[in-house]
Design a protein around this ligand. Structure first.
Ligand SMILES: [Fe+2]
Ligand SMILES: [Fe+2]
Length: 326
């Protein structure tokens, strides 16, 4: 079979399943699929079935309760802002889907491959549920791609490109840091902020986000646990990975600043609606999401994501690199 041939004869025997990436030597025991299997048991498909489809996702429909609906939005500025935000979620999740599926074949051991297969399905589900939210907000199915093209933040597209280049090169270590620490550390925090802000005004969307937050929490955990030992084993890869993190952070901060700039007008409408609906303060990271202006929101989001990066990178032996000129 052409596919197996291209991956080498050992691929089918499961002995040497993949190199851990450019610049990393094989023959160190890393390729024996049993090495990481103990801690990876927590990330087995059986565990995934129990936690997700049979656990917190049971009885959900596109991630929310079957009886929950998107509230009607009469204000056109606000509806467009909701579409714009949701498009960024679809773009980010499409990148996560491409990265996690690409990393299946780059992973050096079978337990990691199996986990990444579950992650691939999680990310495909995230793409689906956020795409469904676009439909719920009134985007026609025929207009899906043009709507995504119109609203996708160019900085977010660049952010994804930096990661996908590593994945295309089958660079497992850089790919997992870029995907499971940087992309998901960002996504996780953005989802938590959106969930806190929507809990009272839009429970349907808040519940959709809750399931994705639980998924992302698991993905980030895998990244930290799996990659720490690889970084210790291949310290020579550190500078290149830190450069990738710096570049991704640069595009991420630019994504945030342009997104908040664009949402200025919608934010005023949102604040009015929250007041009319009697929303009590929606506190997140020391900011009241119901009354904060866009610059306060941006500051809180940036600080939270960067602190998240610092903590998680330190745990795997890397130092956060602040991007220049942002
Ligand atoms: Fe995701
Ligand atoms: Fe994820």
């Amino acid at each position: 079979m052409a596919l197996n041939k291209s991956l080498g004869p050992d691929y089918v025997k499961g002995i040497r399943v993949a190199e851990p990436g450019p610049g990393v030597k094989s023959g160190t025991g890393l390729n024996k699929g049993t090495l990481m299997s103990d801690f990876l048991n927590a990330y087995s498909i059986q565990r995934w079935l129990e936690l997700c489809p049979q656990g917190y996702l049971e009885d959900t429909v596109y991630g929310h309760g079957a009886d929950e609906q998107e509230p009607l939005i009469e204000d056109e500025v606000l509806r467009e802002a909701e579409i714009r935000t949701t498009v960024q979620l679809v773009v980010g999740e499409r990148a996560a889907l491409a990265a996690s599926s690409g990393l299946v074949n780059a992973a050096p051991d079978y337990p990691s491959k199996r986990f990444l297969a579950t992650q691939t399905l999680d990310e495909a589900r995230h793409v689906e549920i956020f795409t469904q939210r676009l439909y719920d907000l009134g985007v026609k199915k025929d207009d899906l791609e043009s709507t995504i093209d119109q609203f996708a933040n160019p900085h977010l597209v660049k952010f994804a490109e930096v990661l996908l280049e590593k994945v295309d090169n089958k660079d497992f270590v850089a790919g997992v840091v870029g995907q499971n620490i940087v992309l998901e550390g960002m996504a996780f925090t953005v989802f938590e902020m959106l969930e806190a802000g929507n809990r009272q005004l839009n429970p349907k969307f808040a519940h959709t986000l809750e399931g994705t937050i639980a998924d992302e929490r698991r993905h980030v955990g895998f990244g930290e646990n799996r990659i720490g030992s690889l970084i210790r084993q291949y310290p020579e890869k550190k500078p290149e990975i830190e450069r990738m993190q710096q570049e991704m952070s640069y595009h991420m901060l630019n994504t945030f600043s342009s997104a908040f700039e664009e949402s200025e007008e919608a934010r005023a409408v949102e604040k009015e609606l929250a007041q009319e609906a009697g929303v009590e303060s929606a506190e997140w990271q020391g900011v009241d999401l119901a009354s904060a202006d866009t610059s306060e929101l941006e500051g809180a989001l940036e600080n939270t994501v960067i602190n998240e990066f610092k903590t998680r990178l330190a745990r795997i032996g890397l130092e956060y690199q602040a991007p220049q000129g942002v």
